[in-house]
Design a protein around this ligand. Sequence first.
Ligand code: NDP
Length: 333
Amino acid sequence: MDVYAADSRRYDSMRYRRSGKSGLKLPEISLGLWHNFGGFDAAENGREILLRAFDRGITHFDLANNYGPPPGSAESFFGSMMERDLRPYRDELVVSTKAGYGMWAGPYGDWGSRKYLVSSCEQSLRRMKLEYVDVFYHHRPDPETPLEETMGALDYLVRSGKALYAGISNYGPEDTKRAARILREMGTPCLIHQARYSMLDRRVESGLLSALAEEGIGGIWFSPLAQGLLSDRYLSGSVPPGSRASKAVFLKPERLTPAMVKKLNALNDFARDRGESLAGLAIKWLLGKPETTSVLVGASSVAQLDENLRALEGAPLAEGELSVIEKMLGLPE
Ligand code: NDP
């Protein structure tokens, strides 16, 4: 079995941004393990992607209790990586996980009770072979559990040393402000908010971004490539075998309308003129937002990850370029 030694130049080119008003810095690009690291996909390909990421300065890996499939298997894969390769680097890593979606049978394996969050965090630690996670998130708001109870569970997890920081995900602007206030009063500030944000989904611009700025919470954006649509994979209008859209579960092939394909091609032509890929442009566009702490990408190969990391190179988008992009984003889908 080959023994991993991290690249000695791993901190040479990555930049790190402070998460809101906290002491924690995250890499501008983080890696998520939602897809491609579960029981059916992981093994050697997953290992290569993860180690390549760390070798390029990606110190932050994002998980959740239910990532797989099957649920839990992405965390178990990460645990095998801890045992095999990453244990010596634990203090260089920021590992996050979440609970909030359905995970186990019965009334205690879903949503936002203290019972669910605390048990789930303990399960995650066992699967990932960790003593603590760096960030523990509540994955989605629970309309039935008092927010005080859910935030109290996050506060408890931090105080008990099972997590270093608390985060929330998929909360709307008003719930975000309430959650931040409750956490602040308990003495455990909300470190970060994880939300969907890309050139093709800008709902966070209607209130959430300003709420984060007001509360001093960092922003980390999931599905920055709209699950792969913002790449060269779908430019021909067909669905390539093995792609996420070919599985038709989370990314529906119906999204690939003729109008969408036209829009993606217009963006791609613009990216090419800058000597960049569409994926790189989509990430660079997010990195230009002042509310961005980190852009949380997925990848099914080392080549995709490397391409995404090229977003860190070259000049940022100038005002004039942003206006041109804005017009293209207004095209119908
Ligand atoms: P992306 O939008 O980055 O999509 C990743 C997918 O796009 C890859 O799996 C791959 O798909 C394709 N892709 C990536 N790079 C390239 C490239 N350079 N060229 C061509 N195709 C590319 O993000 P995800 O939707 O995967 O989300 C990222 C992370 O965010 C997740 O892993 C998870 O950690 C987090 N997340 C959090 C959520 C929450 O509720 N908090 C919800 C969803 C995600 P293919 O398989 O087709 O090759």
